[in-house]
Write a protein that binds this ligand. Structure first.
Ligand code: ADP
Ligand code: ADP
Length: 215
């Protein structure tokens, strides 16, 4: 059976950073809903334009378009063995839709690492975040690129996300608490939740994740 891992946690806790590392170590595909929206935004697709209006306000993109975007993504061949889902699901309706999709593929969510950190850490991390158009992320203080403003991996120019301004981050944290937190209880009840402290160096968080996932 394919292995689908759902990374849960608030904005800026380190999901993307860890998903990239886990994807390299496990060879499972990294599927990030935020990266997919940003790719659509860059290509100026209808989906990108629609998503932008919600992302700029720090709100969630509607479930129907988000679900169909993820369905398209996880039916691609590189997800045959499974994937690390980063940023999806984020609402109970998305979690239900994911369950149905995976049942169709004769699979299910394997485990759900829930990465936690205090709000001031999330603000500090997002306000120093530098993002590459291909989805690699850096931090001005905690994880600086070798050359300021340039991605180590592909030499792309780094940028600061519009929605990483403090006011929007505060809104995103509120939206997370209201709409995504119910998933923590949902996956806990299902016996799939494993808690990991995000307030540690990147390497230690990775070690804890691998241990929690038995990988
Ligand atoms: P972060 O990793 O900091 O939490 P993301 O890149 O995952 O941020 O998400 C950025 C924005 O993209 C969100 O604020 C939201 O507008 C949109 N988004 C991402 N994933 C989803 C999702 N599963 N459902 C709805 N909106 C989403
Ligand atoms: P998320 O996908 O959950 O929004 P990211 O992985 O993009 O989070 O991380 C947010 C910011 O924090 C980035 O600038 C990243 O470089 C930095 N970061 C990630 N993990 C850690 C960590 N363990 N310690 C310090 N900074 C981190």
């Amino acid at each position: 059976m394919a292995t689908f891992i759902v990374l849960l946690g608030p904005p800026g806790v380190g999901k993307g950073t860890q998903a990239k590392i886990l994807s390299e170590k496990t060879k499972l595909a990294h599927v990030s809903s935020g990266d997919l929206f940003r790719e659509n935004l860059k290509k100026q697709t209808e989906l990108g334009k629609l998503a932008k209006s919600f992302m700029d306000k720090g709100e969630l993109v509607p479930d129907d378009v988000t679900i169909s975007m993820i369905r398209d993504r996880i039916t691609r061949p590189d997800c045959e063995a499974g994937a690390i889902l980063d940023g999806f699901p984020r609402t109970p309706a998305q979690a239900d839709a994911l369950e149905k999709m995976l049942t169709e593929f004769k699979s299910e969510v394997s485990k759900v690492p829930y990465i936690t950190a205090a709000e001031e850490i999330l603000v500090e991390r997002t306000s120093g975040r530098w993002t590459c158009p291909q989805g690699h992320t850096y931090h001005a203080k905690f994880n600086p690129p070798k050359q300021a403003g340039v991605c180590d991996v592909d030499a792309s120019e780094l940028y600061q996300r519009d929605d990483d301004q403090v006011e929007t981050v505060t809104k995103r944290i509120r939206v997370y608490l209201e709409q995504t937190m119910p998933l923590v209880e949902h996956y806990r009840k299902a016996g799939k939740l494993v808690e990991v402290h995000g307030d540690q160096p990147v390497e230690q968080v990775t070690k804890d994740l691998l241990a929690a996932l038995d990988m």
